[in-house]
Design a protein around this ligand. Structure first.
Ligand code: ADP
Length: 160
């Protein structure tokens, strides 16, 4: 069974990685799909977000990374995924994830939404916090892999 794990991943964090790896323990194949045009201002381009995610999951042969720019359920249909995986950190995520799950369900009732509860050690980690801390030159090494730390330093012009 193929599962689709969609998101902006701007940039990938240990929380995203944890969700992808846990999904890979449940499903035969996990396709991490980087959404090309989310309704928010991005720090990294689609190419950069895909490259950072690819490097993060390179040790996991059943996890692949793709970019997409159509409706998530349509993309799931295209790749033959019958499951959409999302992560849930707290009650703030809950409202948002519930809405997304219901919309996806209405668009294609054949596709099941599987929501994985965030691991406690990553439940405070978000791409937006990472971007905010990194902008000011703060240490984000506990929240993102080393290659993402380097990409953030390059982006913000801080010393390596
Ligand atoms: P969005 O798709 O809403 O732009 P993200 O790309 O940041 O958001 O996240 C993609 C998915 O991963 C979402 O379901 C989000 O709730 C989940 N996620 C984000 N951070 C974490 C984390 N630290 N632990 C587990 N899941 C997470």
């Amino acid at each position: 069974m193929i599962a689709l794990y969609p998101g902006s991943f701007d940039p990938v964090t240990y929380g995203h990685l944890d969700t992808a790896v846990r999904a890979a323990r449940i499903f035969d194949q996990v396709v991490v799909a980087v959404f090309d045009r989310p309704n928010k201002k991005l720090l990294f381009s689609t190419e950069e977000r895909v490259a950072l995610m690819r490097e993060a999951v390179q040790a996991y042969p059943t996890i692949t990374v793709r970019a997409y720019s159509i409706l998530t359920v349509e993309y799931a249909q295209t790749i033959g995924a019958r499951v959409i995986v999302r992560g849930l950190r707290d009650v703030i995520d809950f409202g948002h994830e519930k809405q997304i799950a219901h919309v996806n369900q209405a668009l294609d009732p054949e596709i099941e939404q599987v929501i994985l509860m965030a691991s406690p050690q990553y439940s405070f980690v978000s791409s937006s916090i990472v971007r905010e801390v990194a902008t000011l030159g703060g240490e984000v090494g506990t929240m993102v892999p080393a290659h993402v730390v380097r990409a953030l330093r390059r982006k913000f012009g801080h010393a390596e």
